[in-house]
Design a protein around this ligand. Structure first.
Ligand SMILES: [Zn+2]
Length: 238
C-alpha cells in the first residue's frame, strides 16, 4: 500500500468525523429548541406586562381600602361625639350630622370605585392564568426537546468515539513527514486534504486533469507527492 493510501484512510475517518459533527450542529431539534425559547421570552414579556397591570390595580385597591378605613374612623368618632350628649348647641349638632353624612357619602363613592377596580382586575387575572398555562406547556415541550437533543448528541458522540479509535489506528501507519501538509490542506481545503484520482478526475474537486498533466503524473514514482492542478489537494494514484 502506498503512503498516500495510508493517508487517504485517515482522511476518510476525518471526513466521517466532520460529517458527524455537522450532523450534530444541524440537528433539526436545535432549531425547534430555539423557536420554543423565543416563545418563552415572548410569554415572559407578556406576563411581566400583565403583572405590572395587576400590581397597579392592587395598589389602587390598597389606596382605596386605606382611605375608606381612615374615613370610617373619622365617621365613628364624629358619631360618638354626636351621641355622647357632650354637644348641645343645635348648630354644632347639625354641623356634626352634616359631617357624618358627608363622610358616609364619600365612603360609598370610594366603595363604588373599589368595585370598578375589581371588575378591571378580573380579566387581567384571567389573562395571567391563561399565559401561565400556555407557558407551562412550552416549558414541558422544551424539556422534551432538550432530552431529545441530549439523546441524539450522545448517539453522535458514540459514533465519533468509534471513528476516533479507527482514525488513531490508521494514523499510526502514516509516516510522520506527511502530517504537516495534510494538516495544512485540511485547514485550507474545506477539510479534504487528499483525494483519489479516478481515471482523469480528482475526487476532491471532481474536475478533470489535463492530458499533459496526467501523462506527467504517470511517469512519477508512486511515493512522489502529486497535487491536483485544479484544487491543490494531494492525489492518490492507483
Ligand atoms: Zn482536485
Amino acid at each position: 500500500m502506498s503512503r498516500w493510501e495510508l493517508l487517504l484512510a485517515v482522511q476518510e475517518h476525518d471526513t466521517q468525523a466532520d460529517q458527524l459533527r455537522h450532523r450534530s450542529a444541524t440537528l433539526p431539534v436545535r432549531a425547534e429548541i430555539t423557536r420554543v425559547e423565543e416563545d418563552l421570552r415572548v410569554f415572559d414579556q407578556r406576563l411581566a406586562e400583565v403583572d405590572a397591570r395587576a400590581g397597579e390595580l392592587a395598589r389602587s385597591q390598597k389606596r382605596l381600602e386605606d382611605e375608606i378605613a381612615s374615613l370610617n374612623g373619622r365617621a365613628e368618632q364624629a358619631e360618638k361625639q354626636l351621641y355622647s350628649g357632650s354637644v348641645t348647641n343645635p348648630r354644632e349638632l347639625q354641623a356634626l350630622q352634616d359631617d357624618v353624612a358627608s363622610i358616609r357619602r364619600r365612603i360609598s363613592h370610594l366603595e363604588d370605585e373599589q368595585l370598578e377596580i375589581m371588575e378591571l382586575a378580573d380579566p387581567v387575572e384571567a389573562d395571567r392564568d391563561e399565559l401561565l398555562a400556555a407557558r407551562a406547556e412550552r416549558v414541558a415541550e422544551l424539556d422534551r426537546l432538550r432530552s431529545e437533543l441530549s439523546a441524539a448528541e450522545a448517539e453522535i458522540e458514540e459514533e465519533l468515539a468509534q471513528v476516533a479509535r479507527s482514525r488513531a489506528e490508521a494514523a499510526a501507519a502514516v509516516p510522520d513527514d506527511l502530517w504537516p501538509e495534510y494538516d495544512r490542506l485540511r485547514r485550507t481545503r474545506g477539510g479534504v486534504a487528499i483525494a483519489r484520482l479516478v481515471g482523469s478526475t480528482c475526487q476532491g474537486c471532481h474536475l478533470t486533469l489535463s492530458a499533459v498533466e496526467l501523462d506527467r503524473i504517470r511517469k512519477l514514482p508512486l511515493d512522489e507527492p502529486v497535487h491536483c492542478e485544479e484544487c491543490g489537494r494531494l492525489l492518490v494514484r492507483d
